[in-house]
Design a binder for this molecule. Structure first.
Ligand code: TRP
Ligand code: ZN
Length: 452
């Protein structure tokens, strides 16, 4: 009797504990509604991956440390159904789960209280496939002749690991990746260990600063790796042997760019730098993967500067929604204009004048810079060049001192965080003391070519 009462009491407790509400299956971004999930915040990803390039089989164990933001009965992780989940635990207890096309839905045995730390472990395996983005380009796990080119902006992360793949949910990472010893696994952050057992080698990469999922990379292939301290920076450069001839001095080219940008934008935000240069003729773009951009060719000076500028604008300070992408691309473009000017490749005013000379009837002026209209337009020329022009005109309005003070305050106040266009306007007005509403309305919010 006593015993059954105790059991009944336990059952009652379970019932009341399993109330709570399901986490939102959407992160709320209008450009990519499926991306991200509500109800929790991820803090750390420990990804243990084993990959065989010849078969494209990936085995993964993802351990995610998170915190609930509500009483949570159920929650989603973003992961494509090309990967099969075999087991999920929440706080070491097996959890129920189901997989949709891009969502893994997890139901713990009992609801989790709000504001509570918890641990999710997902075991999964399969043959990852790249995604085709709305603009037609490939993203995510993109196979190459010797491995994988892994670039995840805006939605590739779900092709190879489960997570809260929304740009506002940043986390620290450890990647432990095992590949055949004839290949190498190159990721973000610091290489902390490399160990060969039999014919396979395990690489451990640690990312100690918070990172948005779209900036993660685990790239696999044949590489020549150099790891050197150059000036203030640990510089880790991986170059596909096919491109080695063109890549001479690539490591040495980083410190001068970073020193220049640090003098303008504030201290370099990450513990290491470098590049991943992979021969990938089917990709067609580079990406500012955190601390170590990935390139599909040996970068020119402007491209190197562009991706390194993103470390401040995009990686450390990340937009809170995709429509604010000009905060990444306009700023990185302005920075690459500054670098081209600095090295005497092309004058800053020439860069501005060339873009401004585009006739008013051209599609270039068609959409507002602060909302290019949809996910297919994220990486359009007009976001890059009109964004950069906006900064150049802002600079002429407020003067050099206030302008660079605005940029340094921006990188300091939002370091490792997220911000949007409104915050940038408010900061510009606060520091300059000017009412800039008409200027920003013309340059950011209205379509059409603004008068000078
Ligand atoms: N953000 C990248 C850069 O400017 C460009 C980029 C990322 C891109 N993903 C893309 C361009 C997809 C075209 C298609 O450095
Ligand atoms: Zn860019």
């Amino acid at each position: 009797m006593k015993r059954s009462l105790a059991l009944a009491a336990a059952a009652l407790l379970t019932v009341s504990a399993s109330s709570g509400a399901p986490g939102d299956p959407s992160g709320g971004d209008p450009y990519f509604p499926g991306q991200g999930n509500g109800g929790y915040d991820a803090g750390h990803y420990d990804l243990v991956l084993d990959y065989s390039p010849s078969s494209n089989v990936l085995n993964g164990i993802a351990t995610i440390k998170a915190r609930t933001t509500q009483e949570l009965s159920r929650f989603n992780l973003d992961l494509t159904a090309d990967l099969d989940v075999s087991k999920v635990t929440v706080n070491d207890a097996p959890a129920a789960f189901s997989q949709g096309r891009t969502e893994l839905v997890v139901t713990p045995t009992a609801a989790l209280a709000s504001g509570r730390a918890f641990t999710i472990v997902v075991e999964y395996q399969g043959r990852p496939k790249h995604v085709v983005d709305p603009d037609g380009s490939r993203g995510g796990w993109i196979r190459t002749s010797d491995g994988v080119f892994n670039a995840n902006e805006p939605q590739g992360a779900m092709t190879w690991y489960p997570g809260n793949h929304h740009m506002t949910d940043k986390a620290t990472y450890r990647f432990t990746v095992t590949v055949p010893s004839t290949r190498m696994a190159v990721a973000n952050g610091d290489l902390t260990s490399r160990k060969t057992t039999g014919d396979r080698t395990t690489y451990v990469w640690d990312v100690k600063e918070p990172m948005a999922g779209y900036l993660a990379t685990v790239t696999v292939g044949k590489f020549k790796l150099t790891d050197t301290r150059i000036g203030k920076y640990r510089t880790i450069v991986a170059v596909d042997p096919k491109l080695a001839d063109e890549a001479v001095n690539l490591a040495e080219r980083h410190a001068p760019v970073l020193d220049y940008f640090a003098s303008l934008f504030g201290p370099y935000p990450f513990s290491s730098t470098g590049a991943i240069v992979d021969h990938a003729p089917n990709v067609g773009y580079a990406l500012e993967t955190q601390s170590r951009p990935i390139y599909d060719e040996v970068p020119s000076e402007w491209l190197l500067a562009h991706e390194l500028a993103h470390q401040w604008f995009g990686d450390s300070v990340t937009p809170s929604r995709w429509q604010h992408i000009w905060l990444n691309e306009g700023f990185a473009t302005y920075a690459d204009w500054l670098w081209q000017d600095k090295i005497g490749e092309r004058g800053l005013q020439t860069s501005f004048d060339t873009a401004y000379a585009i006739p008013a009837k051209d599609a270039f002026w068609k959409t507002p810079t602060a909302d290019p209209g949809g996910p297919a337009a994220l990486f359009h020329d007009r976001v890059y060049n009109r964004g950069a022009m906006t900064l150049h005109v802002l600079r002429s309005k407020v003067g050099d001192t206030a302008f660079f003070q605005i940029l340094r305050t921006w990188t300091a106040e939002h370091k490792y965080g997220n911000a949007d266009t409104r915050a940038f306007i408010a900061l510009s007005e606060r520091i300059s003391g000017h009412d800039l509403s008409d200027f920003f309305a013309d340059w950011l919010f209205k379509p059409g070519k603004p008068a000078l």
